[in-house]
Design a protein around this ligand. Sequence first.
Ligand code: ADP
Ligand code: MG
Ligand code: MG
Length: 208
Amino acid sequence: MEQLTVQETQAMLIFVADNLIEAKEMLCEIDGKIGDGDHGFGIARGFNAVKETLNSNTYATVNNVFKDIGMSMLRSMGGASGVIFSSMFLGAGTLPDLAKLNTESLTSILREGLKKVKAQGKAKMGDKTMVDAYEPAVIALEQSQDSTLETALKSAVLAAEDGVRKTKEYPAKHGRAKFLYDRSIGIEDAGATTVSLIFKAMYNYLST
Ligand code: ADP
Ligand code: MG
Ligand code: MG
């Protein structure tokens, strides 16, 4: 599939929401090792709200689908992580109207999202946060501009998963895990795992 219509984009993101809701316990378990064990609850609450919104609305542009996802997450999740994860999707609001989702438009949406995440959370690569999976995934998309959406997403998934593995090597500098600092070495970051699952779900939707 070269590009998705607005409706197909909406269907893909409902599939993403289902996948993240299913990962609730796994994400809590990872967060429980160095955080407070609630990451999966927040993410599941956010994506349940996303599903409800996407199932009861129709959209004129791809931007509006992503913006509504971000707003649903922000409203339902609350707290610092609600601001961080909703920002991934809210970046779409700064772009001109997009009629189709293809490699180019997904890249621009997620690049804007990354800017927003970094502006809000001030985390850089290597700080053991979701940025460690998100930034490499965006770079992989940027380097895949001649590829189909499916192929571009495949490289983004691999980059995100590699980023998750690398978070094991870093001490935490943000969030609750920073209080454990060195003790957080050897354990992956929960939020980075969430990002890799979001990319993986998009890829799986397109490849099956
Ligand atoms: P909380 O830490 O409030 O319990 P969650 O458990 O839902 O929230 O989310 C924790 C995740 O949020 C971390 O694993 C990390 O990936 C991400 N995170 C925390 N602080 C930041 C930040 N400043 N920038 C980017 N991501 C962050
Ligand atoms: Mg937590
Ligand atoms: Mg918490």
